[in-house]
Design a binder for this molecule. Structure first.
Ligand SMILES: [Zn+2]
Length: 255
């Protein structure tokens, strides 16, 4: 099933209903920024074979955007950790896993630096990447939240507005979300899927997904099984993302 406009009302109702039924859940910093979020649990296959807006690049490049940094701390965790540090640590781990698999990685930051949205977008859009992942972390929620842009798909065009560049790519972003969802569920990680309006995501001219990592919780309870900074949990999530990108690479290079 594809998440498209006829289903928007239903999905919104489903998501709002789920939120009402989860009183203990407080939205994370990334989620709080969302202007319009439509989410369903991860059992839904997200996309079908998308059209390719551009010819595949000769080398498969992935952009990793560690959200926040420097003056922008992101969320504050109860144990004193800051989201900006967690996203950087996770990005570093994921970059190393991808490099070991022969995937070229471009990052928007490699240190605790303040990076504005425009710089992140410029890095992503100059990399000619076949996947752009913006990484967040939250203390609330459970498992991994995958967000694709809520922009409606637009036909391929050589020129398109900067702020809505993702419209040309969003169908492929949904397909990438599907691969990530499959790999994470295969690794027994709970997944929540959503659509969102986020400036960085909406401006990216590449298949783009925002990934928010929350603690792993025991089903039907709020008890944390693995915190976001749990090395084993981080590795499991990172390896699942790497596996999904290998699948994505094979799909992206098909004619
Ligand atoms: Zn965030």
């Amino acid at each position: 099933m594809r998440i498209q406009s006829p289903e928007v009302s239903l999905l919104r109702a489903t998501f709002e209903s789920r939120l009402k039924n989860r009183p203990r859940r407080v939205l994370g910093c990334f989620t709080a920024l969302v202007l319009a979020t439509l989410a369903v649990t991860g059992s839904i296959a997200v996309a079908q074979a998308p059209p390719a807006p551009q010819a595949p690049q000769s080398r498969f490049t992935v952009v990793l955007d560690a959200a926040h940094g420097g003056d922008d701390t992101g969320g504050h965790f109860k144990n004193g950790q800051l989201e900006k540090s967690l996203t950087l640590a996770f990005t570093t781990k994921l970059r190393s896993l991808l490099a070991a698999r022969g995937i070229n990685v471009v990052t928007t930051r490699d240190s605790d630096a303040t990076v504005d949205d425009n710089h992140r977008i410029e890095v992503a859009n100059h990399a000619q990447a076949l996947a752009c992942l913006s990484l967040h972390a939250a203390e609330s929620g459970s498992g991994v939240h995958l967000f694709a842009s809520s922009l409606s798909p637009a036909p391929t065009a050589h020129l398109y507005p900067w702020k809505t560049a993702q419209a040309v790519w969003v169908t492929r972003s949904l397909a990438l979300t599907g691969d990530l969802n499959s790999a994470l569920q295969h690794a027994s990680v709970a997944v929540t899927l959503g659509r969102t309006a986020l400036p960085t995501l909406d401006s990216m001219a590449c298949p783009a997904v925002a990934i928010e990592i929350s603690p792993e919780r025991i089903p039907e309870s709020a008890t944390i099984k693995s915190a976001v900074d749990d090395p084993g949990y981080q590795t499991r999530v990172a390896e699942a993302i790497a596996a999904a990108l290998l699948v994505w690479r094979s799909e992206a290079h098909q004619p």
